[in-house]
Design a protein around this ligand. Structure first.
Ligand code: 5GP
Ligand code: ZN
Length: 114
């Protein structure tokens, strides 16, 4: 989609540090990491958020979660544990309107989620 930051990253028009890619998903390092490992997983099809996934196939949505797991293994945080977060909408402080999953790990997380 035009004027979408993550669509531009997926297309390679804006540089990113790729961690993993397949035909359905793209994973890259967050520019402002909140943990030793902080990777963003996005579907290659544009949808704005989790609230818009009716426009996404179940296959593509599942692929995002599989990629989160793949990234956790690749980054060697699967065994110690990792957190997957998707901010949706204003109250959740979503700042980029292209569905994305934060994969966070490499340290003991705070128990509080909000
Ligand atoms: P949100 O706040 O929407 O849940 O997450 C958006 C994330 O995108 C933030 O963690 C932010 O640091 C990251 N981000 C914003 N712009 C860029 C960019 O140009 N490149 C990369 N790699 N990450 C970005
Ligand atoms: Zn997009």
């Amino acid at each position: 989609m035009e004027n979408c930051l993550f669509c531009k990253i997926i297309a390679g028009d804006i540089p990113s540090t790729k961690v993993y890619e397949d035909d359905k998903t793209y994973a890259f390092r967050d520019i402002n990491p909140m943990a030793p490992v902080h990777v963003l997983v996005v579907p290659k099809t544009h949808v704005a958020s989790l609230d818009a996934v009716d426009a996404l196939s179940d296959e593509l949505l599942a692929a995002c979660l599989r990629t989160c797991r793949t990234v956790a293994h690749q980054e060697a945080i699967a065994e110690s544990g990792f957190r997957v977060v998707s901010n949706c909408g204003c109250d959740a402080c979503q700042s980029v309107q292209h569905l994305h999953f934060h994969v966070l790990g490499g340290k003991k997380m705070a128990e509080s989620m909000a």
